[in-house]
Design a protein around this ligand. Structure first.
Ligand SMILES: Cc1cc2nc3c(=O)[nH]c(=O)nc-3n(C[C@H](O)[C@H](O)[C@H](O)COP(=O)(O)OP(=O)(O)OC[C@H]3O[C@@H](n4cnc5c(N)ncnc54)[C@H](O)[C@@H]3O)c2cc1C
Length: 441
């Protein structure tokens, strides 16, 4: 629910460095603005009339407030808008949640249109592959909720929006992908496209974690009487902790002096565990530095021809030394924030990286700790890269190169990850796809 667009330069780089003309910041800003219904800010960067409500976080947590103050003490300027003229600063995030309602794509853009005669939504279906005839995508082959085979024919176009893992997987299952990969799985090559599944990138982080003194964090808020109170608050008044995304605050900082933030920090009044694991079982805070423009690239391929199988996935995060360097700088600054007077009395010993691990330059133990602890920030992107030449997976209007009647419209088309969370950027990619599709006569 963190609403973050990334930096102006990200989109200018898409246009200039990656050749995606028409995707510069000046081109995407009007789309961000027209989507947005910002509850506080109305200016050249923010819209107020759109369908996507962007609000300030409610139930602001006092520990998060202290971390913001500590970041400012450590030299980071304070900001009240990460999506304005520039991104640098520490402060409260704006969120895609308002009045106790998550402002999801479904809630804001799909549900209001459900009555349309030309819209049918089928949930619980698994798209298995696309049928391609004479180099044109003509149908989606799927399984319905009972597992029965269904074919959904396209009158005009198919728009694939299965995300950075499943869009490339579906292309490969349909015979569009690297020749070797398809041959290995016994899939006939319909269109050789080497880049399908390549160029995978993700933000990765390593959270500096400290014990909190006393019961000042969120630990235990999901149990017993505290949980009951939060439940009543939510059900009766649509307020309180259950309306919060919990990661309410953060910072974007230029740690290498290159003139633009390269590390984003999430501030948490609890210690989320690694993906798939429970939060740590005591009161703690986390200051979580994350790479903003990772240079490491991974890839994904197929495990089998079975659409139920997850793709095979080589993340290769932190393969590029610069990404390690970025995280080292991030850990150092997070530790510096913890040393500020605003936090000193609030926190006790360090849980991670741990008091015996130095973050001085050249510390091998810190590198080992980062590698052991690094985790995804859940922003996979780039696996159906957009570009100006036929080697890219999609062209600048998101059409799959080499195949008629097929587009991809999701996070996978990003030529390079944006410097920030990926939901808002994905929403404008989707919006632009709708613009590109010709209106039927
Ligand atoms: C835990 C978590 C927290 C996050 N927090 C934030 C945040 O605070 N702010 C932010 O900006 N971003 C956040 N993100 C990232 C954000 O959710 C993604 O960038 C965004 O959802 C990407 O959109 P997408 O359309 O590319 O893919 P998705 O949202 O993954 O959509 C793809 C859809 O396709 C469906 N699908 C896939 N394969 C098939 C198939 N074969 N048949 C039928 N359906 C299929 C999937 O079920 C899914 O619904 C978070 C992500 C995670 C996982």
């Amino acid at each position: 629910m963190i609403y973050m667009r990334g930096q102006h330069r990200d989109y200018d780089d898409w246009a200039d460095a990656h050749g995606c003309r028409g995707w510069a910041y000046k081109d995407v800003l009007p789309v961000f603005r027209r989507q947005e219904a910002n509850t506080r800010i109305s200016d050249a960067y923010h819209g107020t009339q759109g369908k996507l409500v962007v609000d300030d976080p409610c139930a602001a947590h006092p520990v998060s407030r202290q971390i913001i103050a500590a970041a400012v003490s450590a030299g980071v300027p304070e900001t009240d808008d990460f999506n304005g003229a520039q991104q640098t600063g520490a402060g409260w995030y704006q969120v895609t949640a308002s009045g106790g309602q998550r402002q999801s794509a479904a809630h804001c853009f799909l549900k209001p249109e459900l009555d349309r005669e030309n819209l049918t939504v089928l949930t619980g279906h698994l798209a298995c592959r696309l049928r391609i005839e004479n180099r044109r995508a003509v149908a989606v082959e799927a399984r319905d909720t009972a597992g029965a085979h269904v074919t959904i024919r396209a009158r005009r176009e198919i728009v694939l929006a299965a995300g950075s893992f499943h869009s490339p997987k579906l292309l490969m299952l349909s015979g569009i992908g690297p020749r070797d990969e398809l041959h290995r799985q016994g899939i006939d090559v319909v269109h050789e496209a080497d880049e399908v599944g390549r160029n995978y990138q993700d933000h990765v982080g390593a959270p500096v974690t400290r014990h909190l003194v006393g019961a000042t964090g969120l630990h235990g808020a999901d149990r017993g009487l505290r949980a009951l109170k939060h439940g009543i608050d939510y059900v009766a008044f649509r307020r309180g902790l259950l309306t919060s995304n919990l990661l309410q605050a953060g910072a974007c900082v230029d740690t290498d002096g290159a003139g633009r933030p390269d590390v984003q920090f999430n501030f948490a009044p609890f210690a989320p565990g690694a993906p798939g694991q429970a939060p740590l079982g005591f009161h703690a805070l986390q200051i979580h530095p994350m790479t903003m423009r990772p240079k490491s690239r991974g890839r994904l391929g197929l495990r089998s021809k079975d659409p139920n199988d997850a793709p095979k996935f080589y993340s290769d995060v932190l393969a590029h030394e610069d990404d390690m360097d970025t995280l080292r700088r991030g850990v150092r600054l997070a530790r510096k924030m913890c040393e500020q007077p605003e936090l000193k009395d609030l926190i006790a010993e360090e849980v991670w990286p741990g008091p015996d691990i130095s973050s001085k330059a050249g510390s091998n133990r810190l590198d080992d700790a980062i590698r052991a602890h690094a985790r995804t920030i859940f922003h996979p992107a780039g696996t159906c890269r957009m570009g100006p030449t036929p080697s890219a997976v999609v062209d600048l209007e998101l059409r799959v190169n080499g195949i008629e009647g097929l587009r991809v419209a999701d996070c996978s088309v990003m030529p390079a990850l944006v410097s920030g969370n990926t939901n808002a950027p994905t929403l404008i990619i989707a919006d632009r796809a709708a613009d590109f599709i010709p209106v039927s006569g």
